[in-house]
Design a protein around this ligand. Structure first.
Ligand code: NDP
Length: 336
């Protein structure tokens, strides 16, 4: 942590009693593909030193390797189990089978068999007795929502997880799951993990609006920098070594090179300069400014990025109504 970075802030995960650091650390793309075991340990230790208490993961990240690396780091770091919160997410499955023998009950599903077996695999890879937060990584329209809600409830009752939630579900689907849990007195979904940044905001700001008060929904939000687009690094094309240059995530490239969005990022740089921060810090503070957000999940391929991004804490008090309105003007018509 730089000397100028203020202490970490903590927010409750929706209406639950659990407190998460306002900025947390995720592992998608980075762990295993860009950051090795030593780097993972170093990055998690630096995050923890800065007050981060939430580390996000998923079964599917690097096909299980991301969970294995996080588990190895946690075993070496030997933090008190009360001091950190770990997540995983389930839907796509591991080792999806072959074209002629697809693993039909273990992929693209939230059926009971998959969920109960998949969580056991994650616990083993992460060397943990319990995963604090488990998410249904996408909605599964082919499994009755009752089956999924009962499976998540049972996992919590078995002590394998503490809280459950969803990721990228519609408001209607979240409401349907919540209603099943309410009706049968089961553990309710506590949190959703949506994409949320300046160019992707309607679901969080409009679609979910009723859920926050009605169900106490908390949010752990992803891709706050739109995979790096909001740092300004794609304004002159794709830099070597960046996410945009990686073959495994080539589906992101076209979006990262969007000319109008990159022009808007250039205009945001002017706002950031006036506030004495980087554009990454400005847009991260914008996400954190929304009180519905329990935790902003950061991604970093390098330690220096993590330090820079945690510096957004110092920018938070500068996100005034006037700054918000300028940011809205610059990005008008570009957000979905
Ligand atoms: P971001 O949008 O913040 O993108 C992070 C990437 O941007 C980094 O890996 C790095 O890539 C680049 N970057 C970050 N900071 C800087 C900086 N200061 N300067 C220059 N480049 C920078 O977040 P992610 O997309 O990684 O998402 C964060 C987390 O959210 C994930 O790790 C995961 O845990 C979660 N997630 C959840 C999803 C879901 O479906 N629930 C989906 C996606 C993510 P590089 O250096 O390689 O260019």
């Amino acid at each position: 942590m730089t000397h100028s970075t203020p202490p970490m802030l903590y927010r409750r995960l929706g209406r639950s009693g659990l407190q998460l650091s306002l900025f947390s650390l995720g592992s998608w793309v980075t762990f295993h593909n860009q950051v090795d075991a030593h780097g993972v340990r170093e990055m998690m230790a630096a995050a923890r030193d800065a007050g981060v208490n939430f580390f996000d993961n998923a079964e599917v990240y690097a096909n299980g390797q991301s969970e294995a690396l996080m588990g190895e780091a946690l075993a070496q770091l030997r933090w008190n189990r009360l001091d950190y919160v770990v997540s995983s997410k389930f839907f796509w499955g591991l080792d999806r089978g072959s074209a002629d023998q697809p693993r039909i009950n273990g992929r693209d599903t939230l059926n009971r068999k998959y969920l109960l077996q998949a969580v056991d695999g994650s616990l083993k890879r992460m060397k943990l007795d319990c995963i604090d937060l488990i998410y249904c990584h996408r909605a599964d329209p082919h499994t009755p929502v009752d089956e999924t809600v009962w499976a998540m409830h049972n996992l919590i009752e078995q002590g394998k997880a503490l809280y459950w939630g969803t990721s990228e579900w519609t408001a209607d689907d979240i409401r349907a799951a919540w209603d099943v849990a309410e009706r049968h007195h089961l553990h309710k979904p506590v949190m959703e993990q949506p994409q949320y940044h300046l160019f992707h905001r309607k679901r969080v700001e409009h679609e979910y609006a009723r859920l926050y008060e009605d169900t106490g929904l908390g949010l752990t939000t992803w891709s706050p920098l739109a995979s790096g687009l909001l740092t300004g690094k794609y304004r002159q094309g794709v830099p070597a070594g960046s996410r945009g240059a990686m073959e495994g995530v080539s589906f992101l490239r076209e979006g990262l090179l969007d000319a109008r969005k990159n022009t808007a990022v250039g205009e945001l740089e002017a706002v950031a300069k006036e506030l004495g921060c980087s554009v990454a810090q400005l847009v991260l503070a914008w996400v954190a400014h929304n009180p519905r957000v329990s935790s902003v999940i950061l991604g970093a391929s390098k330690l220096a990025q993590l330090h820079e991004n945690l510096g957004a804490l110092a920018v938070l008090p500068n996100i005034t109504a006037e700054v918000l309105s300028r940011m809205d003007t610059v990005t008008a018509g570009l957000a979905q």
